[in-house]
Design a protein. Sequence first.
Length: 95
Amino acid sequence: MVDWLQEAKKQIEPNNAVFILVGTKCDKENLREVASEQAQQFADYHNLLYIETSSKTGHNVERSFVELSKKIYEQLEEGKFKIKEGWDGIKNGYM
């Protein structure tokens, strides 16, 4: 995970991004390979959002997108992100 995160950040330099760590299949607790606490610690250490989802039941699927969107909006409001021409990150939408 650390290598993936570093590579993702490297590929978008000098731009910033909001990352979210999504634990999937939370409906299959008996097949869990990573404890929730371990995933949360990783997310906290790397300043990531963390949420567990189940596409089977729909648990937290929409919430993961909502939380990610809120974080992006907060960073826009704080001036940490800028809308720039020529970057495929954040774009003005149609309202």
